[in-house]
Design a protein around this ligand. Structure first.
Ligand code: SF4
Ligand code: SF4
Length: 134
């Protein structure tokens, strides 16, 4: 069930997210072009245009609890298709940051087993830490 905070709290939450992400979600047209081009939309609990809509509504708790922000692969396809140039990868980045700070999510570097560190390519590990570390 979606928890709906008071209107003033939601307005503040939207402004905070806009400042943090650098993305003016208020201009989103809800055209859905981002979702139709996203390679991972089918795997997400909230599709890219729904993520932006929740951000417009200031429903940040809902966004922090979503799986979609962790599934986003930062491929920028949505950004390239968006008529108002909203970058959902940066928006997801900002929501992940809030989730790292406000909830018990993410990993510490020592959570990754030594065998994995030895076996996996450096680029994959950097990407893992960038996305999931607190
Ligand atoms: S493509 Fe841009 S304007 Fe259209 S729904 Fe997605 S974020 Fe909004
Ligand atoms: S950046 Fe994220 S939301 Fe945008 S198309 Fe790629 S995977 Fe989908």
């Amino acid at each position: 069930m979606i928890r709906i905070p008071k209107p003033e709290q939601r307005r503040e939450a939207t402004e905070h997210l806009i400042e943090l992400s650098g993305q003016n979600v208020k201009v989103c047209l809800q055209c859905g072009k981002c979702t139709s081009g996203c390679p991972f939309a089918e795997d997400m609990d909230y599709t890219p245009h729904q993520i932006v809509h929740l951000a417009q509504l200031g429903l940040i708790e809902e966004l922090m609890d979503s799986e979609a922000i962790w599934i986003c692969a930062t491929c920028f396809t949505c950004h390239s298709r968006c008529p108002v140039a909203i970058d959902i990868a940066s928006l997801s980045d900002a929501i992940r940051l809030l989730a790292h700070n406000e909830k018990d999510v993410g990993i510490e570097p020592y959570d990754v087993p030594a065998e994995v560190i030895k076996k996996e390519p450096q680029q994959a590990l950097v990407s893992l830490y960038r996305k999931f570390s607190r």
